[in-house]
Design a binder for this molecule. Structure first.
Ligand code: CA
Length: 229
């Protein structure tokens, strides 16, 4: 997984639909992984932990709704937004999808631009920096669009790793991240780095933030990892 571009897992068995969606998702700046069946979707999601799942309802084998149910039963997967795509229009199905934990729902034929807007809405909640939002924590401001960071109005120069580290922490103030979770998010899943590397970069980030504002907003959680605030 790339540390910056949100990764969308596209689960759709119809090649033509997949192609349209892949094209549009890539134009929006997302990374795309594809699965044609529910089984593949479950395996792939476990492996790559996407930032969002677009899930077709009617799939060969394991149905979309069953995939959704299994996603939402896995602890590390519950935070990943899922948008269901369905040709069915009955109100009952809509209710069933949302009850099972879908975050949104679109009925085919849908407007691709509306779907893209809904994807952005979901990611603004879960990956705000990646979609260009501006985040604030106390006197620290991070602009996901310009990549500028300031503290009490003064610009802070950060290296790319420290920037990604700070943006990850600012997306979820108060959350305690383990070193492994930070490695996944900041360095990417396919990169092999030692967890001590995390400590080194947290140290650098800490120093830069302190220099600009005096206090240390980062918290070391003994035996676990780090949190902002
Ligand atoms: Ca289908």
């Amino acid at each position: 997984m790339s540390a910056e571009k949100p990764l969308v897992l596209l689960v759709e068995d119809e090649p033509a639909q997949r192609e349209i969606l892949r094209y549009n998702l890539k134009s929006e700046g997302y990374e795309v992984m594809e699965a044609e069946t529910g089984d593949d979707a479950l395996l792939l999601a476990e492996e790559v932990r996407p930032d969002l799942v677009l899930l077709d309802w009617m799939l060969p084998g394991v149905s979309g709704i069953e995939v959704l149910r299994r996603f939402k039963n896995r602890r590390q997967m519950t935070e990943i937004p899922v948008i269901m795509l369905s040709a069915r229009t009955e109100e009952m199905d809509r209710v069933r999808g949302l009850e099972t934990g879908a975050d949104d729902y679109m009925v085919k034929p849908y407007s691709v631009s509306e779907l893209m807007a809904r994807i952005r809405t979901q990611l603004r909640r879960t990956r705000p920096v990646a979609v260009g939002e501006r985040l604030e924590f106390e006197d620290i401001v991070l602009d996901g669009d310009t990549h500028r960071v300031t503290r009490a109005g003064a610009e802070i120069k950060l290296g790319p790793t420290e920037y990604r580290l700070l943006s990850t922490l600012m997306e979820r103030p108060g959350r305690v991240w383990t070193r492994e979770q930070l490695l996944d998010r900041v360095w990417g899943r396919d990169v092999f780095v030692d967890t001590r590397t995390v400590d080194v970069h947290v140290g650098r980030l800490r120093k830069a933030l302190r220099r600009a504002g005096g206090t240390d907003p980062l918290r070391t959680v003994r035996g676990t990892g780090y949190a902002l605030g």
